[in-house]
Design a protein around this ligand. Structure first.
Ligand code: MET
Ligand SMILES: [Zn+2]
Length: 761
């Protein structure tokens, strides 16, 4: 029988060091909450501010209203353990850099918001900070730059203001800060840092700042502070574990501080658990969805355990039986417990109540952020009836799939493709999407609402394809795209056309800054019931003599960017999706499409945080990609695209995908990928991105030509393609036109220079 949880006072192991005993830790809590707004209010406010259509006061007022709305709503749901400083104008890692006074000087502006936006988006000709994926999620953070010279200066204004704001509403909160170890492990060395420098070597200086911040929060009355240390669930070296011990011995040893709760998430702490447990912090958060309790609970004795039993990474209701087993084990061992989410709820949509069109039997199995809070509250109250249901019953075993076959060896294919496509040296192309105009979005909304005749919608799409093709021909690109105007999103579009998926109306999840996606819900056996993209590909190819790429999303990405039912093994699901993509490739070929791009931007994202699990993942991920593409004939050129994927970590797997041409993120990591030795033996086509499409900045011909020349030095001759980093859908036509014009000019210049014979006078 589950017993109701009561608030607990931690055993005062560290008493004597702190002046006052730790206050009670609430019986139910969460690690964080979405912040973009239930109706994406913050997105609209940010974009209006950037466009000069709203002032800073209006942006701040939107933030204040969203925070107040969340605190009030969660209080109404009975959540005692509320949090603050989980709001962000752009990104919580960038906020942490600001908190520590460590944002590079070149981005400093007169208000914190403008500093954040300059660092996140670039400004005045400055490239922004590098952006990459937050652990194995589809959320992107800005990578802080830390060097030997970086000065740290505590600037706790934001957490203090949010704490005070909640208090004024009568809500006591626990400020949430990124922990010092994770902050430094996620940072990269400044450009001028000496070889071998690691940001973690600046730990002492960073801890000076944390010391002041914790003191300021204690002065303000905060009883608890949460320090997020998700980096501790990945493999860590002995030095990194020693740094963790140093950090928490020092912060825990402060005489003047709030009680400390160190939150881990996205996996099990393993060897980092005894390190934290031995430090004088009062509470430790464990992800008990992806991880398990340690066999021996003695290790956590003396700490409050914040038990993450409600998943913050999916949209499924909690299996109350499993959750209660873990809670009961802790309670039976006399360990003080707080019921919590496994991580911040940032990664799930706000509220299931906003969905009106989901099938009723599916709705009964779902929980979004608000419902997950209800579950946490119910589990803490020992209530097993109302808040939770058992996991869904697995569907009947799916039909066995045919074995994966191999394509002909690359040289055979390359020759067949060269004969068919006759492309120039250094071919130019784009990644697929062109700017999504307001008219397109409006037309799609009208169609969905039944107010636009489908034939009229099709005509709008055809006109858009014509315009995109004409622009590309005029710019002189070699391999064209149709621009993806019919797609709301590269995953959702396919989910809408496949059996086994449901799509939400309002299930937005923040991806980066103001960008959100609506991940589809994969709840049953996946099946393609007919061609999906063929109609538009056929139309586009009929309008031009140049090759138009067919454009598909790969199986790993479709699965990674969906909420997959918890009891369905990813490796099974991904092969079902791959079989559907394979059918689509065959249908495109039958229409005479000579190039098919199968995007896998999420390949790196699903890579397990623990090295020991990676080979297994890459095996099934690569096999799924090959299932999707290996049916293609020798003279069909298969492209793939990877973005923000730290491709250097998965180069062998990229090679194993066996695509004929791979385009890859590179611009924002300053061509880092090009120096990888493994690339020199990359035996197929490769297009390192030379235009950072996540920024509004237009790269010059000189800049692009330099990058292309660097690529041609680093890569085997004749294999380099010229292309942007990613699709262009989030950009405007003016900047895209200029950037692509520069890209074509740069490619021609480099191409030409390579063929001009050396003159001897
Ligand atoms: C996030 S990767 C995007 C690839 C897609 N083909 C596009 O251009 O939008
Ligand atoms: Zn991309």
């Amino acid at each position: 029988m589950p017993q109701p949880a009561t608030p607990h006072r931690p055993v005062p192991e560290s008493a004597g060091r702190r002046r006052v005993a730790a206050p009670e830790f609430p019986a139910a809590t969460i690690l964080g909450y979405p912040r973009i707004g239930p109706r994406r209010e913050l997105k609209r406010a940010m974009e209006a501010y950037w466009a000069g259509k709203a002032d800073l006061a209006q942006l701040r007022e939107t933030g204040r209203r969203l925070r107040a709305g969340t605190w009030t709503d969660l209080a109404g749901r009975g959540l005692a353990g509320q949090v603050s400083n989980t709001f962000s104008d752009y990104d919580q890692v960038l906020d942490a850099a600001l908190l520590l006074g460590a944002v590079p000087d070149r981005y400093r502006r007169s208000t914190p918001e403008d500093t954040v936006f300059a660092a996140a988006r670039g400004a005045d000709g400055l490239a922004p900070l590098r952006m990459t994926k937050w652990f194995d999620t589809n959320y992107h953070y800005l990578v802080p730059e830390i060097g030997p010279e970086t000065r740290f200066r505590a600037d706790p204004a934001k957490p203090l203001a949010e704490y005070a704001e909640a208090r004024e509403l009568g809500v006591e909160t626990r400020p949430v800060l990124l922990g010092p170890v994770t902050f430094l492990l996620l940072s990269e060395p400044t450009a001028g840092a000496p070889a071998g420098f690691t940001p973690l070597s600046r730990l002492d200086a960073v801890l000076d700042a944390y010391e002041q911040i914790l003191g300021a929060l204690a002065d303000a009355g905060a009883g608890w502070v949460q320090l997020d240390e998700p980096a501790l669930v990945a493999d860590r070296t002995p030095d990194e574990l020693a740094a963790t011990a140093t950090a928490y011995r020092r912060l825990g040893g402060l005489a003047h501080r709030p009680a400390l709760f160190v939150a881990s998430y996205f996996g099990a702490l393993r060897e980092a658990l005894p390190v934290l447990a031995a430090s004088p912090v009062e509470a430790i958060g464990l992800d008990l969805v992806r991880g398990e309790l340690p066999d021996e609970l003695d290790v956590v004795r003396g700490k409050v355990i914040v038990a993450g039993v409600v998943s913050g990474r999916d949209v499924w209701r909690t299996d109350a039986t499993r959750a209660n087993e873990q809670l009961d084990r802790l309670r039976a061992a006399g360990v003080p417990v707080s019921v919590s989410t496994s991580c911040s709820l940032l990664h799930v949509p706000y509220d299931l109540a906003a969905e009106t069109d989901l099938p009723a039997d599916l709705t009964g199995q779902l929980a979004f952020a608000a419902q997950k809070v209800d579950e946490v509250v119910a589990l803490a109250a020992g209530d097993t009836g109302t808040g939770t249901v058992p996991a869904p019953v697995p569907a009947a075993a799916p039909a066995a799939l045919p074995p994966v076959t191999d394509r002909s060896p690359y040289p055979v294919r390359a020759a067949a493709q060269a004969a068919r496509l006759a492309l120039p040296d250094l071919p130019t192309t784009t990644i697929g999407s062109f700017p999504q105009t307001g008219e397109l979005r409006a037309a799609r909304a009208e169609l969905a609402a039944g107010r636009l005749d489908p034939a009229r919608y099709d005509a709008i799409i055809e006109a858009e394809i014509d315009r995109v093709l004409a622009l590309q021909e005029q710019l002189g690109l070699d391999v064209l795209v149709h621009g993806e105007p019919e797609r709301n999103d590269m995953v959702q579009y396919f989910a809408e056309h496949l059996d086994g998926f449901a799509v939400t109306g309002n299930g937005w999840v923040q991806s980066y800054g103001s960008r959100c996606t609506r991940p589809p819900i994969l709840h049953g056996e996946v099946r393609r019931t007919g061609p999906i993209t063929v109609r538009w590909a056929r139309y586009a190819q009929s309008r031009t003599d140049r090759p138009v790429k067919g454009m598909l999303t790969g199986p790993v990405t479709i699965v990674a960017w969906s909420f997959v039912r918890g009891d369905l093994p990813l490796r099974t699901v991904v092969h079902q999706v791959a079989e559907a993509v394979r059918g689509e490739v065959a249908d495109l070929e039958a229409e005479g499409i000579g190039i098919v791009q199968v995007d896998e931007p999420a390949l790196r994202e699903l890579l397990p945080l623990r090295a020991a699990e990676r080979d297994d993942y890459l095996d099934w991920a690569v096999a799924a990609y090959r299932r999707a593409t290996s049916g293609a004939g020798d003279d069909t050129q298969i492209h793939t695209h990877l973005c923000y994927s730290d491709a250097d970590e998965v180069l062998a797997a990229i090679d194993a995908l066996d695509a004929d041409v791979t385009s890859i993120e590179s611009a924002r990591s300053h061509g880092r990928i090009l120096v990888e030795p493994a690339l020199r033996s990359f035996a197929r086509g490769l297009g390192p991105g030379v235009y950072d499409i996540h920024s509004q900045r237009v790269p010059s011909v000189v800049e692009i030509a330099d990058e292309l020349r660097a690529a041609r030095v680093a890569l085997p001759a004749g294999r380099v393609w010229a292309n942007p980093d990613c699709g262009l859908k989030t950009r405007g036509y003016a900047e895209v036109t200029e950037a692509l014009r520069n890209l074509v000019a740069a490619a021609r210049e480099v191409r030409h220079a390579a063929t001009v014979p050396v003159r001897r006078d």
